[in-house]
Ligand binder design. Structure first.
Ligand code: AKB
Length: 344
């Protein structure tokens, strides 16, 4: 008898940890979590956790044999900066890894005679605005505009979206018998900010790095210039979005890929909020022009009206509330606990 589960890849990552905590409280289906890293101790008993590589074909054969996978949150990915240093590895993880998961979902859909729901987090990195003037003119981009990614990661995510749409609409379209197709759904995330985890390998990381440095009383040199603006989102909204999209009736969706906006903010405005929360911390702007160019090619904001219309998306955290109610209280608790632990 195969055990019915929800599969989460990249579960030890930023979104993964928040999603596991949420699903354990709200969804009765057991969780099967997969990551190349173990989950932190506090997650013990919350899921069946597999430390493994999404490129490991043997691992997938085991998953197919042992589990009935009802839903997949495919979060595993190398982010934009990391991917620029190892583009070929990024392609393998971000594209071939996604292909393996789509094949797994199709195989399970065929076996169950019922679509597997496949949630895929894409990114603002699929966009490529050619210059600051165009970025100003198209300040709130729509899903079909400027899909010209300038990074390996952006290319991987855009192709991942297309692969998901293929498996959902056109998979095995020449076979005599119509196959049971997967139910693929995707959100394009802005930069995400968590109070409980520090990001690694992304270009939007400067926001979290600045906040977490200030919380520890450390000065921070920001690698993008002060007035550079891109959209961000608080982690609770990021988790809420994929849960809401996953629970939306299929017939209410008019597209498979959705922008979701949080708040659009410049690096200087983040510095101001950090300065108010942690008076005395020093933030300087020492742009790394190569990394800055990547963020410069990303939009100022996103038009997320289709998500609002089709599945009732509405972010709960604007910049003010993200800092005052989510980040500052939790980050202060995190670092005071850590320093107490250090003092032993
Ligand atoms: C990155 O910076 O690479 C990610 C993203 C915006 O998708 N945080």
């Amino acid at each position: 008898m195969r055990k019915k589960v929800i599969l989460i890849t990249g579960a030890a990552g930023e979104v993964g940890q928040s999603l596991v905590k949420h699903l354990v409280q709200t969804n009765g289906t057991p969780l099967l979590t997969l990551d190349i890293r173990p989950l932190p101790e506090e997650f013990a008993g919350m899921s069946t956790h597999l430390v493994g590589d999404i490129l490991d074909k043997n691992l997938f054969a085991r998953l197919i044999a042992d589990y009935e996978i009802d839903r997949i949150y495919h979060l595993a990915a190398l982010l934009s900066t990391r991917s620029e240093f190892t583009p070929a590895t990024a392609h393998r993880v971000n594209v071939e890894g996604t292909m393996s998961l789509l094949e797994l979902a199709s195989e399970q859909s065929r076996w169950r005679g019922k679509s597997v729901l496949f949630i895929f987090p894409s990114s603002i990195a699929v966009y490529g605005l050619p210059d600051p003037e165009t970025k100003e003119r198209y300040s709130r981009v729509r899903e079909f505009e400027w899909n010209n990614p300038t990074t390996m990661y952006g290319c991987n995510k855009l192709y991942g979206e297309m692969l998901g749409s293929y498996y959902a609409h056109n998979y095995q379209q020449l076979s005599a018998e119509e196959p049971v197709k997967i139910d693929f759904r995707c959100v394009r995330y802005p930069g995400l900010i968590s109070a409980f985890t520090v990001p690694s390998g992304g270009t939007s990381d400067y926001a979290s790095e600045m906040i977490h440095a200030a919380a520890q009383g450390q000065d921070y040199a920001c690698f993008v210039r002060e007035d550079l603006t891109i959209p961000f989102m608080a982690m609770p909204d990021a988790v809420d979005a994929v849960l809401k999209l996953a629970d939306a009736p299929r017939e209410s969706l008019t597209q498979l890929v959705y922008n979701i906006a949080g708040f659009s903010i410049s690096a200087g405005e983040i510095r101001d909020l950090v300065g108010r929360a942690f008076p005395g911390t020093k933030v300087t702007f020492e742009p790394d022009l190569q990394r800055e160019r990547i963020a410069e090619s990303w939009p100022i904001d996103l038009d997320d009206s289709p998500a609002r219309r089709d599945w009732g998306w509405a972010p709960q955290y604007d910049a003010e509330r993200t800092f005052s109610e989510y980040l500052i209280p939790n980050i202060e608790k995190r670092y005071s606990t850590m320093s107490e632990a250090r003092r032993g």
